[in-house]
Design a protein around this ligand. Structure first.
Ligand code: SF4
Length: 399
């Protein structure tokens, strides 16, 4: 029989749209207003739970025993890939890392580290997406392309924006929908931001494009910067920091906020878990008596590329393909325990593998608002097994 579900939350991207009415029948979606991006997430709801040891099917308890043995015998384990997990499972992953004295990192990519490091340095003026969608009359998409990466963002959150400006290295799908497109090369970005800031402070009367841009910003009653990944090297966060400082300066004249348009699933929640548990947001070394943090030194990418671990517990293989080649090569040489709800995209053959359903629980939207996400195709079903079940079993067996 057909079943209509109201206001389902989609975890297909960090928008976490919570307005979807979905019709399902026999575990299949018949009708939904979701965007094309959501379909990848729908596939993660219906995974056949399978355990493998050395690529051979095994039963759950044997696979758990093998995973526990590998972790207990390891001299230098890493626990990473927390970004495809619910907050509840991220807490379990951290507890396992603490128990086996591992290096722990939120994701396997260092892509959004610069926005976190910039926030640590200078703070951030931000707001909820609800506030942005009801108050902003100007939205600036800075080095991002939400039409491609977060397809419903503009329709949901730019309702009151009379003007949309896109600043980017090259035109994209979002700039085609914008009122204005400003092309800035990445290496000239810092200079452009600095000039704009001088104009907003009344310290420069340049005729440069930045003066016109500054006038648009100061003419807004409520503006929002939606920021992509600005600094490719995560240890250099100058551009991100300059932009955050520009937003702070603008608040002397009008109201402005910024939000990072992240594309790394639930990594923000993982950063929250690590911060409240250790004081550090990512890449934490738990090998010694006290947690250690040194920028990206203990990040999954660095640790794997440097061959500084002998067992990897990858709690979600969500962004495994974004590892550098040296990191991927070293990863293939050590024992891996991989939990994945996208088994089809896995390029490695782990020592122990758990294919699981999407991990329902609390997920963090890009503005840090936590929402409960359910697997509406499987909730309560006999076939359901999630990362949380695997991590709970490993945690229970560690002494
Ligand atoms: S924009 Fe993102 S959260 Fe919203 S329906 Fe599409 S994939 Fe899902």
């Amino acid at each position: 029989m057909d079943q209509k579900l109201i206001s389902v939350v989609c975890a297909g991207c960090t928008c976490l749209c919570d307005d979807m009415d979905v019709t399902i029948s026999d575990g299949q979606i018949l009708e939904s207003p979701a965007c094309r991006r959501a379909h990848r997430w729908f596939d993660r709801l219906n995974v056949e739970p399978v355990c493998k040891i050395d690529s051979e099917k095994s039963d759950f308890s044997e696979a758990i025993s093998n995973a526990v043995e590998l972790l207990e015998q390891s001299r230098s384990p890493i626990v990473c890939g927390l970004d495809g997990l619910s907050t509840q499972s991220q807490i379990l992953a951290f507890e396992i890392a603490k128990q086996v004295r591992a290096q722990v990192d939120t994701t396997v990519t260092s892509k959004y580290r610069s926005s976190v490091l910039a926030m640590q340095n200078v703070g951030n003026v931000t707001a909820s997406l609800g506030e942005v969608s009801t108050r902003s009359d100007l939205i600036v998409f800075w080095y991002c392309d939400p039409v491609t990466t977060h397809p419903r963002f503009i329709d949901r959150y730019c309702k009151t924006a009379g003007k949309i400006i896109v600043v980017s290295e090259a035109g994209n799908a979002t700039s085609e929908r914008a009122d204005q497109f400003i092309q800035i090369r990445r290496e000239e970005m810092g200079q452009f931001i600095a000039r704009t800031r001088l104009c907003t402070e009344g310290k420069s009367e340049t005729t440069h494009e930045s003066a016109e841009f500054a006038n648009s910003l100061m003419g807004a009653k409520y503006g929002a910067f939606v920021i992509g990944s600005l600094d490719l090297n995560p240890t250099i966060n100058e551009n991100t920091q300059s932009l955050v400082e520009l937003v702070q300066t603008l608040n002397q004249r009008t109201r402005f906020v910024s939000i990072a348009l992240r594309d790394d699933a639930n990594a923000q929640s993982a950063e929250n878990v690590l911060t409240w548990s250790t004081g550090y947001p990512f890449a934490v070394n738990l090998l010694g008596e006290h947690p250690q943090f040194n920028g990206v030194e203990f990040s999954a990418e660095k640790v794997l590329a440097g061959g500084a671990c002998d067992v990897a517990l990858i709690c979600s293989a969500y962004s495994l393909n974004s590892l550098s080649r040296p990191a991927q090569e070293n990863l293939s040489r050590i024992s891996q325990i991989v939990i994945t709800d996208e088994p089809g995209s896995l390029d490695i053959q782990p020592k122990v593998q758990f294919n699981v359903n999407f991990d329902e629980g609390d997920w963090c939207r890009m503005d840090d608002v936590s929402l409960p996400v359910v697997n509406f195709l499987q909730t309560g079903g006999a076939k359901q097994r999630t990362a949380r079940a695997v991590l709970t079993a490993i945690r229970a067996r560690l002494v």
